[in-house]
Design a protein around this ligand. Sequence first.
Ligand code: TEU
Ligand code: CA
Length: 633
Amino acid sequence: MHLTRKSRVKDLYATPIGKDVIDKLLLQMNINKRWISNRIVSNMSVKTLEMLLKKKVGPDFFDVLLNLFNQESDIPSVSYQDDVKQWWKEAVFYQIYPRSFCDSNGDGIGDIQGIISKLDYLVSLGVNAVWLSPIYDSPNDDNGYDIRDYFKVLDEFGSMDDFDVLLDELKARDMKLIMDLVVNHTSDEHVWYKAAVDNVNSPYHDYYHFEKSDSKMPPNNWTSFFSGSAWNYIEKNDEYSLHLFSQKQVDLNWECEAMRTDIIEMIKWWLDKGVAGFRMDVINYISKPNKLSDGNVVIGELMGYYGIEHYFYGPKLHQYLKQIKQEAFLPYNAFSVGEMPGIGMQMGKLLTGPDRGELDMFFSFDHLENPGYERFDDYQYDLNYYKSYLIDWTENFSDTCWMSLFYNNHDNPRFISKINPKPELFDYLAKLLATIQLTYKGTPFIFQGDEIGACNQDFESMDDIRDIESTNLYQQCLKTMSPQDAFNKIMAGSRDHARVPMRWDSRMHEAGFTSGTAWLKNMDNRVQYDVAYQQAQSDTVFNYYHDLIALRKASEVLVYGDVEFLYKKVKHYLVYQRVSDSDVYLVECNLSDGSLKSQVQRKDYELVLSNYPNQCQTLRAYESNVYKRRKLM
Ligand code: TEU
Ligand code: CA
């Protein structure tokens, strides 16, 4: 159906993009989704709604939305049953941020030999797949997410020989490796870009987004994720170059067929080496419209970035993903997980449905903040929202598609620090989060440090901070805030909380990460939260992760079994069963730091794992219990 101003709100909401975008906008504004299903609202025409909101949204807001919603003519299939077994559904992934994992040569920077030296550590934890953040040659403007040469290993990390050894050593341990694939942009030091700027008639000029501008202003109002305009003026050629991230991360032009062919060759080159697949960096941003017009101001203010509606689900996204899958992934049976900020559930189905031939899985980020909050807000996260998120995605997504399960990565402060700051509850909470992640339906991605209870850092000043997103944002904040307020904001959201070096042994210099001086300081001085202590003592977060992973590996029902919720409406109480023909597990969690009445019929179940030593009818703070149903005699 073609949507116009005569269409009703419910018609908009019935389209896949309409549903996701409206949900997202409501989430940003902290308005309950129920608002949209209210009879009066849902039957209202767009025209009427526009009149009502006129003062708030201005004239082109609904044009933008209608265009966006009309762009997608497909609808997610509802009948498809995803019961195909795949290694990546059964795997427990571990994300390594190479710069901060282990330094082998004392230069303060983690490296490939360091990773190799810790592979047996990963085996002892039980994980069997690794996602390695970028190790490619890079000037490191954004810690490797700005690639200068896709075929070379960054000197600081080692050599291609080191990489080949890593791959062999992983294979010897029966572990898979997936690489980071960063193809929305390259570094401005990539040979393609240099050729493009050198000579506007070079074929490489077409590999990037260059635009002329008549005024002395950039071609449009798009902003960069790292503050300021998304355009950089190239004086020599009197034109602007697009960069959605840092100035040194220039956006590739996916309209250019030769560029796509080169990227696909590069992907195949890595697959030939034996990597099992890719985590695809901001892959939903690769398709930009032909005409790069201004971003809508209302959407820009709400989302924090101008222009996003033009490219977060661009016109040819499906086509490009299908091409990558057909030409590169399928011949190698490679696995793909798309990192896709802003993609909601319905769009996610269209991008990862097993019948669609695009991606296998994706990272959605909507669970990382409570409604109405964003990453740089300082607030206490309410886990009841995570519960509602799990219920929603399980009931409406995972019947046809496969979820990813994670709390942390290199782009976010530690999730646990957002929830409850009381040190005496820390272990219970860490274990509760682990319990859900490893007994739920979907593929778990553990981020380095999760397993030893890593938390946010008490950075003392901006001098301690390295991340370009934080340093740029700090400068921007200083325009309107006091230095203290600006620093507090950075502390709430900085990616450096997660990027500090691993703590191997706190009795050692730099906690065993390096014999030199670490590139970023780890300020954590809790001696119990390092690998040495966590492995040596029982009852630690590490051992709990270990036991959960072992349980998951031994119980197919924890991978493929259905999820059934119980006591859905009871606040703070998360209870679900994993069910197959032969087995039933029951997981019971108290999501609060208070006590709660347990409703489980104990006689029917036997306890398998718990974060408390003994069980009673009252659940204590963050108590989580995993039970197995007794077989009937
Ligand atoms: O991140 C993409 C992304 O949009 C965010 O998670 C980002 O960190 C932040 O929110 C921007 O405001 C990916 C990578 O994971 C990240 O490390 C890179 O900086 C980014 O892409 C650019 O390659
Ligand atoms: Ca090193």
